[in-house]
Design a protein around this ligand. Sequence first.
Ligand SMILES: Cc1ncc(COP(=O)(O)O)c(C=O)c1O
Length: 370
Amino acid sequence: MNLFDLESPAFLIDVARLERNSRMMLERAKGLGVRLRPHVKTHKSVEIARIQLGGREGPVTVSTLAEARFFLEAGFTDITYAVPISPQKLTSVQMLAEKCASFNILLDSEDGADAVDRAARTKGFCLSVFLKVDSGYHRAGVDPSLAESITLAERLEDSKWIDFKGILTHAGQSYHAHSQDEIRDVAEVERSRMVQFGQLLRSAGILCPEISVGSTPTAVHARHLEGVTEIRPGNYIFFDKYQADIGTCSLEDCAVSVMTRVIGVYPEGKRLVVDAGALALSKDPGADHMVSETVFGLVLDHPNLRVAGLSQEHGTIIGNTEKDVAGFRVGDALRILPNHSCLAAALHPWYFLTDGEQVVDRFQPVRGWR
Ligand SMILES: Cc1ncc(COP(=O)(O)O)c(C=O)c1O
């Protein structure tokens, strides 16, 4: 089937680029001497995870328990659920942990530790826990410069019901960078803060076997990762306009696009309307610290067109001049590179794998939270 015979909007993945991105990160992890535990929230697809792991069911990071179940059923038994745990989820976590070779959860508070301790004791089943650390993103995690953070780690280490795996961070501040040099600097802050905190814990007598870091920009550009045991990038497998804008990758590395069709042509307003709205592209504003005008994706092969607005099922595309849109007819196809591929992918029930214009396969990802 030709991709232009698909009903729109359709989420397309260029197989050659996907495989190239996968090889790039496998080689990087090997060269940096760290385990690769890709974050599968980017695609939520077991087929893509196998490609990322060189054809096997290796270690993965998930962002929902639905992903954890889906991947476990497909044979992935080494899973980190990388969102701080809420106590109500612990019954589900225990059911998953019993079936996995390794199932790790995160916490960053005494309350979280109380809940995990209590749940594990009640079941008589030890749970594996990472202490989440804030290495500068300021979203979640303990402050590694505070004495309380060491006290919490001591408590995890001492609990009979907790297997303390180590420390984990996500340097999401890398997304605020303007250049590869800035990304490299963030990667070094992420690495050094984690390694120093790990050393502090070890000198306090706490075994800290794992030091897990990860964001796509820092994993792609870190100068070295001495002292780190694992990386958890996710977005790199697709990349997107945001990553290209901040210098993580080039536009030619981006493996995904949303195929959409023109449903209205309004030359007097220099405007086209397409059938990819916010529910096909997501409304992520992209790297708006880099640009003077916010756009909601890049119209491929049409440099004079920009995605100026989105409502639920309508996308508004503006040209520089009347001529830029006047040649279009209702039904014409366009492809849009999303600002944020993880959010856009999560909106689609199927992914269409392409080789040139040919659709060669389709993958069904998992959806929802339960
Ligand atoms: C905890 C955690 N680890 C890893 C990642 C992967 O980072 P990226 O999306 O930059 O690949 C994320 C992304 O949000 C995350 O929240």
